[in-house]
Design a protein around this ligand. Structure first.
Ligand code: FES
Ligand SMILES: [Fe+2]
Length: 416
């Protein structure tokens, strides 16, 4: 792949045709990837983990965004902090595992030691460095949105996160994510660009390829009545009837359910909506019955449907009566993307008694593999000389909105 000059990047961005998919270079070019890491992942709020992944003081997770390693750690006051995972002595990476527990953060090279607030508390033979703010770990902005942890590498993060939290918080809070525990976490590296992963997630035009998911999910995500084919009409009517039944359940439980959508025209695009599930309507399982006998957050019955949340640039989530599942999308290379899926259940649920990990994860394990193959085929097509942007279906309007947001954010970063 030949390098793209700055004017080439400018032209690529300027050529974007609304209502159509992006040009192939957006998925294949190292230069675009570098731009994405700098202007998208370097400047926006990135979902990286959830609070139950660091339940106790000293618990940490690390995340790699391009060349930048960040550690999120719970401090002794139980606040989650984030730091650049780089020693202030000679710059070694401090924590090399993806997760673990520490009393202090000790650099393995010369043992400079930082407490959980990032302050340097020990540097052998260099006492004058100890306690100096100049030698403390560099902080990274971190926010918890009802237990979902977002970081921002920019000095001045987008301020609209407060507005997103105010709008979305009341949808998420009743699910008590902070009182959950991690039941399972699976990393899958998709052979495609991160934008293909997100685009694929933003539509259900392809959901016929998800037989396991369709045991519980109505495949009308993104559809209006006008988009429904005659063959789908009966199913669509059943979906509408079921949705009305669920709305009564949600109203009775005091749960907000109406779709909130603000996907572009702002730094932190988002969408949330509560949707009915098919059949018994309890969970993403093969029989749509609950996967964990312990419900989350004091729910009194399992038929709660699914709360969907999507945040740009990189996450989507589902909150159900018996569990939650979070998805973080982390770019690795132009054609490689890490999708980290985490299943969370009530803290007091007992594995093997209240839930079985295979049953809990079965549907999304299969769905993720299917999505990975869709992404891989789209990436393979982007390498072809014949590739050119094609039109989105009406039910793919969220994909179009994501691409609009993405181009807007590049333009803002490039000063266009
Ligand atoms: S580089 Fe960390 S102690 Fe020397
Ligand atoms: Fe899918």
């Amino acid at each position: 792949m030949t390098a793209i000059t700055q004017s080439g990047l400018d032209a690529l961005v300027a050529r974007r045709r609304p209502g159509h998919s992006l040009e192939a270079a957006f998925y294949t070019s190292q230069d675009v990837f570098d731009l994405d890491m700098r202007l998208i992942f370097g400047r926006h709020w990135i979902f990286v983990a959830s609070e139950p992944e660091v339940p106790e003081a000293g618990d940490y997770v690390t995340v790699q965004l391009g060349g930048t390693s960040v550690v999120l750690v719970r401090d002794d006051d139980m606040a989650v902090r984030a730091f650049h995972n780089v020693c202030r002595h000679r710059g070694a990476v401090i924590l090399r595992d993806g997760k673990g527990f520490v009393g202090n953060l000790v650099c393995p090279y010369h043992q400079w030691t930082y407490d959980l607030t990032g302050a340097l508390i020990h540097a052998e033979n260099m006492p004058s460095c100890v306690g100096s703010p100049e030698h403390g770990l560099k902080p990274v902005h971190v926010r918890s949105l009802a237990g979902l942890l977002f970081i921002c590498l920019a000095d001045e993060p987008p301020v609209d996160f407060d507005d997103v939290a105010a709008q979305v918080g009341p949808y998420l809070a009743p699910h008590g994510l902070q009182d959950c525990k991690v039941a399972a976490q699976i990393d899958l590296v998709e052979h495609g660009n991160w934008k293909l992963t997100i685009e694929n997630n933003r539509e259900c035009y392809h959901c016929g390829g998800h037989p396991e998911l369709l045991c519980s999910l109505f495949h009308f995500f993104g559809y209006t009545a006008a988009d429904v084919t005659p063959a789908q009409a009966e199913d669509y009517q059943r979906f509408l009837r079921t949705q009305t039944e669920f709305e009564a359940i949600w109203d009775a439980a005091g749960l907000p359910w109406r779709a909130l959508e603000d996907l572009h025209g702002r730094p932190t695009g988002f969408r949330t909506e509560r949707l009915a599930l098919d059949g018994p309507g309890e969970s993403y399982t093969m029989d749509a019955r609950q996967a964990s006998r312990r419900l989350v957050a004091g729910f009194t019955q399992p038929r709660m449907g699914a709360l969907h949340l999507h945040t740009q640039p990189n996450s989507w989530h589902h909150f159900l009566g018996d569990h939650a599942v979070t998805f973080a999308t982390i770019p690795v290379a132009p054609g490689r993307t890490l999708v980290r899926t985490t299943w969370l259940v009530a803290k007091d649920a007992v594995e093997g008694v209240d839930y079985d990990v295979d049953r809990l994860t079965e549907v999304w394990r299969a769905t993720n593999e299917q999505d990975a193959s869709f992404v891989e085929m789209a990436q393979a097509g982007a390498a072809s000389a014949a590739h050119e942007p094609g039109p989105y279906a009406p039910a793919e309007y969220m994909v179009d909105a994501f691409c609009t947001w993405y181009i807007e954010r590049l333009r803002a970063g490039m000063g266009q």
